[in-house]
Design a binder for this molecule. Sequence first.
Ligand code: NAP
Length: 295
Amino acid sequence: MTQLFSGKEVSTSVYESLVPRIQALKSKGITPGLAAILVGEDPASKVYVRSKTRKFTSLDLFTETIRLDAEISQNELVLEIRNVNADDRFHGILVQLPLPKHIDEDKIIKVIDPVKDVDGFHPENVGYLTVGNPRFIPCTPKGIMRILSHYDVDLSGKHVVIIGRSNIVGRPVSILTSLKKSFSNATTTICHSGTKDIRFFTKQADIIIVAMGVPNFLDKSYIKPGVVLIDVGINRVEDDSERGYTLVGDIDRKSVTDIASGLTPVPGGVGPMTIAMLVENTVEAAALQSGISLD
Ligand code: NAP
């Protein structure tokens, strides 16, 4: 039988653990605040920003969405971010990606104040993570690690294979799983579009993390019995349903069921954890900027 690893369930326990920390900050007059910067009208980005900011509101945290025109220039966007950097109401800044093609994402990420970079994408925070002393861990990789630890999946000495090397998911999660720390210490392989024979690696894997954006890519032909599967993909597949599409992951769930020992579903797996980790990082950013210890 394949155990379903519920990100919904794990995220609920994260929110419960955040309540006393939020109260401790509020008792000192600090309400953790997030600025969400949304450029353009991309429907998926709008949905993501709405679900993230809704969560902040439901926890009585402060949040504001700064909506900017898709035609905004690079310089104007830089000025908007500098304004938010200087605004004390915001402890965290989220620039929803992807940005329109004419904007240089790497340059924009570098403009975010690193102590407000709750997505953990600023090179300064990537550096801290890489040397094993993280300040803000990117939300999706952090959520994946939290799911694994919640379900007692011990990584030490195991072989983790990651498919995908983006700066948002694949690369940072590969750093986390390979750190010399009690919660990781795994042998880690990264596969990508240049990998000649992905099956050669995945067939040996104890844990596979798939972050490709290719619907139902990983089926039973890629895995060995007992493997743990983490499905990061969120893909809209058009169909005849009322919505016009169904959300599916990068893993063919039907095919791997009863072969894998554990699996994150889509939806309800990694997705809810990404939001929970954004809230957690923002609460931690508020504590850091106020010099308050929450532990
Ligand atoms: P991305 O930036 O497009 O990166 C995709 C990665 O997969 C790249 O490294 C690419 O290789 C690799 N890849 C794509 N097709 C491949 C193939 N056929 N064979 C081997 N490697 C392949 O995507 P991302 O931002 O990491 O996101 C990945 C997926 O996760 C998407 O579906 C996204 O919507 C989802 N996502 C979910 C969450 C969540 O909260 N659940 C958060 C973030 C992203 P190259 O580097 O060689 O191009």
